[in-house]
Design a protein around this ligand. Structure first.
Ligand code: AMP
Length: 223
């Protein structure tokens, strides 16, 4: 089963996707995480992506597609996958469909996590991410037990380079102009479910799972 998780920056994709992947017995693939890892280890993909990421713009499609297609060829990504942060524009959505079709597969459903814009800005401002396992915290809404330390693995919590005011504004703008049409793309294809992301984390997880079970399963049965 291939599930695409959609939603603006700060909607909770990075917190919810690992849970969802666990529930469907699959892997969580985040293109943002892959790019940050490439940047940390100084690979050619990472070096090319740096200036775009730091200023909150989309990394060019050829870089992201190259990286993602390599990842989708790995053994653990052949069955059940939750994609987070991809596709970010219509060209990426079409490229994904084409790649999966070549392997006799397709995106079973996309789930859009909806959150009002003013809530997104608050969330991104106070966000802390574990530099070791990627777990996400918020200084007001979901604080770690010990300041600066990840509850899950003890790693150091850091603020992402693109969570400062200017980059946040840019990322939201990019979302509304370039990524929001992807929601319509899946809606028109009859493969979209929507979930209210402005509620407690556990409630969002519950609704997401229900949406995936309902929409993805229906889509698979219809084929
Ligand atoms: P994220 O962790 O998904 O918020 O992504 C962080 C940053 O990585 C984005 O602001 C973009 O600069 C870049 N990025 C992640 N995924 C993509 C993608 N599918 N296409 C282009 N750029 C991306």
């Amino acid at each position: 089963m291939y599930v695409v998780l959609l939603g603006p920056p700060g909607a909770g994709k990075g917190s919810q996707a690992p849970e969802l992947a666990r529930e469907i017995g699959g892997v969580h693939i985040s293109t943002g995480e892959m790019l940050r890892a490439a940047l940390r280890s100084g690979t050619p993909y990472g070096l090319k992506a740096r200036e775009y990421m730091e200023t909150g713009r989309l990394v060019p499609d050829d870089i992201v597609l190259g990286m993602l297609m390599e990842r989708l060829e790995q053994d653990d990504a052949r069955e059940n996958v939750v994609l987070d942060g991809f596709p970010r524009n219509e060209a990426q959505a079409l490229a994904l469909d084409e790649t999966l079709r070549a392997g006799g597969k397709r995106v079973d459903c996309a789930v859009n996590i909806e959150v009002p814009e003013e809530v997104l800005v608050q969330r991104l401002g106070g966000r802390w991410t574990c530099s070791s396992c990627g777990a996400i915290y918020h200084q007001a809404f979901h604080p770690p037990r010990r300041a600066g330390v990840c509850d899950a693995c003890g790693g150091e919590l850091r603020q992402r380079l693109d969570d400062h005011d200017e980059a946040v504004k840019q990322r939201l703008q990019v979302y509304f102009t370039e990524t929001a049409p992807v929601v319509e793309f899946y809606r028109q294809a009859g493969r979209l479910a929507e979930v209210n992301g402005n509620q407690a984390r556990e409630a969002v997880t519950r609704d997401l799972l229900a949406a995936v079970q309902r929409e993805c399963a229906a889509e698979r049965q219809a084929r």
